[in-house]
Design a protein. Structure first.
Lengths: 184, 476
């Protein structure tokens, strides 16, 4: 166990820099296999298999989008039902007030609109964005994580976290730079 | 099931590319403004700005005087406003096709052109949206179109009308396209934020990037959301032009009341859109040194899609004529004969030439790769697609069921002025985009480069050789 105070720990984690996405992928897999659970990798582009390599599996966003879409469908159809049947019924050529085939296009568009909102705001919300500042930005060379370097961070709330041991472990994985990231 | 691996093709040309060199050839367009200080940026920009003033003038006069300044009359109540609306909306569709449908089909080559095409979509839809609003003659009460109610008339929109469907389709399309575009740019904003040396871009991109830090958990959710957004945009884009076509097809007018309208409008939209993407991409890749990212292969494939959709459209024309005569309906027959031989015969003949015959030269590979000729074909197609809507609107409406209400329709100078003006607005926005936002998806180009050159779990070779892609593992 790490020696943490009741306050926020001094360190956010230990950050390792790699030159190559494949090296990072290997290292992430090994770190996960070594039992580290609080891992996070930072890359300039999505590297497939990386989130699985650090043991992250989640499918909440797709469900959220599905639910948003269903809400959108009911909202669109409900709007039309309320306006055309309840609030302002109008006889158009003797057709029933609830002439649902004509209501299909707007219902469809509302489904897509709500689902898209669900996708965008759901994704941002679950990622905790917008968040202008994060301790990881203080990491050494971290500005390159959006350019052409690949980072692996073992965070300080990992049960096996020990700065010296973790640093050594990461160096053993072939990291170029290993540095401490402070909480601020 | 793995689709045919298209990565054997050359998407990024040249040797000696690195993540950083690819990023810089795109990102420096934004960060190094000196790359723009030349004729290639300023000339189109100033011309577009001038055309934009024509638009402002045309709108101002319209608001003061009313739609009487246009050529619309009885019986032709739908003139340039509807023609140009459909034309612009159609142009926008290629952007969504490239960004969403090609993503679902895992066509990696789209990465070089999707951002650009998405911008085109948004700007084209903005131009399109203006026409129906101005066509009301009272754009200040355009909010009556939305179900904000009950408004001061005590009424709701009539949801059985395709015109109301249009309102929902177009606003949803604009919103979803803008979200898709913005979400796609967030990682690139982060890249530019970290690369920028001076305060203004650092701050602006810092705000826009929303604190993106490239964490793999974030990428994981990002990719889920992005893929599903593409899945949502695909039926959306098909629905938008289908609904636009229903404005015509739901009516009982001869020449409009046809079930082929939705698919044939969608094909026409994609056709016009690819013509516009090519018209913009060919000069831009040359002027801005992006020929290694938007390669000749991209140009050629876009030309092929144009040829294919052009054939769909031509098939639509043939079907329309066939229906008219086969239906036995005297009004349909009269309409079709009038379209081919009546006072507007020239527009129909020009339409068949522009959309049916001219693109057939794209069967030749040499011509697909000959950029000046390809540009000319794209221009012809753009004109042809405008003529298509002109033919549909004018030839059907100008001869009503009763000969006593027959008339002729021509646009006035203000019709043309507003049309020209929206082209100015489109180019103006496009050129601002070229200068201030990342015009090619930086992270997707990097990802593509990784897929072409990475090891993908294979042991580390002595020296990684660019351009010799390994087999890509399925990443579903």
């Amino acid at each position: 166990m790490s020696e943490t105070t009741l306050e926020q720990p001094r360190l956010h984690g230990i950050l390792a820099e790699f030159d190559d996405p494949d090296d990072l992928l290997e290292a992430a897999g090994k770190a996960h296999a070594a039992g580290y659970t609080r891992l996070e990798a930072y890359t300039p582009f999505p590297v497939h298999g990386l989130s699985e390599a650090i043991g992250f599996k989640e499918a909440k966003v797709p469900w959220l989008i599905f639910v948003s879409g269903v809400i959108g469908a009911f909202a669109g159809l409900g709007l039309q039902y309320y306006t055309a049947v309840i609030d302002y019924p109008m006889n158009v050529g003797g057709r029933p007030n609830f002439s649902w085939p004509s209501f299909f296009p707007v219902t469809f568009e509302c489904t897509i609109l709500f689902a898209a909102f669900g996708a965008v705001f759901g994704m941002l919300g679950m990622n905790g964005l917008p968040r202008p500042h994060h301790p990881i930005f203080g990491g050494k060379n971290f500005e390159l994580a959006s350019q052409d370097k690949f980072f692996l961070c073992v965070e300080s709330d990992d049960p096996q976290f020990d700065p010296a041991r973790v640093s050594e472990f990461l160096r053993g994985l072939g990291a170029q730079n290993v540095s401490e990231v402070e909480n601020d | 099931m793995a689709p045919k691996d298209p990565l054997q093709e050359t998407f990024i040309e040249g040797s000696g590319n690195t993540y950083l060199s690819l990023q810089d050839s795109i990102g420096s367009l934004t960060l190094d403004q000196k790359r723009h200080n030349r004729f290639a940026w300023w000339f189109p920009f100033v011309v577009a700005f001038g055309m934009l003033q024509v638009m402002m003038l045309a709108i101002t006069l319209l608001v003061f005087v009313g739609t009487g300044i246009w050529g619309i009359n009885n019986p032709v109540g739908w003139g340039f406003a509807i023609i140009n609306f459909v034309w612009w909306i159609g142009i926008g569709h290629a952007g969504t096709l490239i960004s969403a449908i090609l993503l679902l089909f895992r066509q990696q080559w789209r990465n070089s052109i999707n951002r650009f095409a998405e911008a085109m979509t948004i700007f084209a839809v903005m131009c399109a949206g203006m026409f129906p609003l101005l066509h009301t003659g009272r754009p200040w009460v355009a909010y009556w179109l939305m179900p904000i109610g009950p408004n001061n008339l005590g009424m709701w929109p009539q949801f059985r009308s395709p015109l109301v469907w249009d309102v929902f389709a177009v606003t949803t399309y604009l919103t979803v396209s803008a979200l898709f575009w913005f979400i796609g740019m967030i990682p690139d904003f982060a890249t530019l934020r970290d690369k920028a040396k001076t305060f203004v871009p650092r701050f602006a991109f810092g705000m826009l990037s929303m604190g993106w830090r490239g964490a793999s958990r974030h990428w994981h959710r990002y990719e889920q959301a992005y893929l599903i957004l593409a899945g949502l945009s695909t039926p959306l884009v098909l629905s938008v032009h289908s609904i636009v076509s229903l404005d015509f097809a739901v009516s009982i007018m001869p020449g409009w009341h046809a079930t082929i309208f939705p698919p044939y409008f969608v094909a026409g939209a994609v056709y016009a859109g690819f013509a516009m993407v090519l018209t913009l991409a060919i000069p831009v890749r040359k002027w801005y040194g992006l020929e290694h990212i938007i390669t000749l292969k991209h140009i050629e494939w876009m030309a092929k899609i144009m040829l294919a959709t052009g054939l769909f459209v031509f098939y639509g024309y043939i079907c329309e004529a066939f229906y008219a005569f086969y239906s036995g309906n005297p009004f349909e027959k009269a309409m079709m004969l009038n379209r081919m031989t009546g006072p507007y015969w020239w527009s129909y003949a020009a339409l068949i030439f522009c959309n049916g015959l001219a693109p057939q030269i794209l069967w030749s590979k040499k011509i697909r790769q000959n950029l000046p000729i390809l540009m000319v074909v794209c221009f012809i197609v753009s004109v042809g697609m405008w003529l298509e809507r002109f033919v549909i609107v004018a030839t059907t409406l100008h001869r009503d069921f009763l000969p006593s209400s027959w008339g002729m329709y021509f646009g006035t100078i203000w019709d043309w002025g507003l049309y020209l003006g929206t082209m100015g607005l489109f180019t103006f926005l496009m050129w601002l985009f070229l200068r201030f936002l990342p015009i090619i998806n930086i992270f997707e180009v990097k990802e593509l480069f990784y897929k072409m050159t990475g090891r993908h779990g294979a042991p580390k070779p002595a020296a990684a050789v660019a351009g010799t892609p390994e087999k890509v593992t399925a990443d579903e």
